[in-house]
Design a protein around this ligand. Structure first.
Ligand code: ATP
Length: 235
């Protein structure tokens, strides 16, 4: 079966310096949730940035929904929503307008009923008229998700969605992901936390020093290593 995302022999060297990815191959099925787990500098953001068409690889191929990301970028990009690690929002805009604006960027016409549905599912409806600068960090992250969903993508990338948020908000984020799973959205998230991968993902890919060390069903990985004795060498 061909996955909704097919990555083959991907490599990336930034300039003449860091080799950020080495020969990474990965197939992701439609509707699947996959967590990319690894320490700082492992290559997680580089991998998802290449799949999203934002960084050009040194070698290898990426197909998204059957579209080659290099030659058929527009068609591939329509299928993708990206929630970046950095919080970048229009500070003086209301939550509602932020999401409307993003929808327009994708060439989609207005659909406030759909935006209401997204904002309600992210518990943001009560904040729809608030300026984004007034929101807490956790709420801002939810607005980023709402923006990423504005054009109804089939695939959502979450780059460290819970970095810097407290335990309660982290669990809230897990619930959001669970809801999106029920809607059939394919989700790729990056994380430093094994417990987060366990809570959300069907499969976990462990990445370190630019290499995808393994990809396994979460239950299998947890069964092999157990929470307390995970001994994969990550430095
Ligand atoms: P983190 O968990 O800290 O976000 P990561 O796993 O997402 O890390 P990347 O951001 O992909 O890792 O970085 C992989 C390597 O590539 C690192 O050594 C990083 O310094 C380097 N790198 C990333 N972006 C660039 C860039 N634009 N120019 C040069 N080197 C870069």
């Amino acid at each position: 079966m061909t996955g909704i995302i097919e990555v083959e022999n991907l490599s990336k060297q930034y300039g003449s310096g860091t080799k950020a990815l080495s020969d990474v191959s990965l197939s992701i099925n439609e509707g699947e949730i996959i967590a990319l787990l690894g320490p700082n500098g492992a290559g997680k953001t580089t991998l998802i940035s290449i799949i999203c068409g934002l960084v050009v690889p040194t070698g290898g191929t990426v197909r998204v929904g059957g579209h080659d990301i290099r030659t058929d970028w527009r068609a591939a990009r329509k299928l993708i929503g990206l929630v970046p690690q950095e919080i970048t929002l229009e500070p003086f805009e209301t939550v509602m307008n932020c999401v409307r604006f993003t929808r327009g960027l994708y060439g989609e016409g207005p659909d406030d009923a759909y935006i209401e549905q997204i904002l309600r599912s992210l518990s943001l409806w009560d904040k729809r008229d608030a300026a984004t600068k007034e929101l807490s960090g956790g709420m801002k992250r939810r607005v980023l998700i709402a923006k990423a969903l504005a054009h109804r993508p089939k695939i959502l990338f979450l780059d460290e969605p819970t970095a810097g948020v407290d335990v309660a908000l982290r669990r809230g984020m897990w619930q959001v992901v669970e809801e999106l799973r029920r809607e059939g959205v394919t989700i790729i998230l990056t994380t430093h936390y094994l417990e987060e991968a366990e809570a959300m993902a069907d499969r976990v890919g462990v990445i370190n020093k630019g290499q995808l060390l393994l990809v396994k069903p979460t239950a299998e990985l947890m069964g092999e290593f157990g929470k307390k004795t995970l001994t994969i060498e990550l430095d």
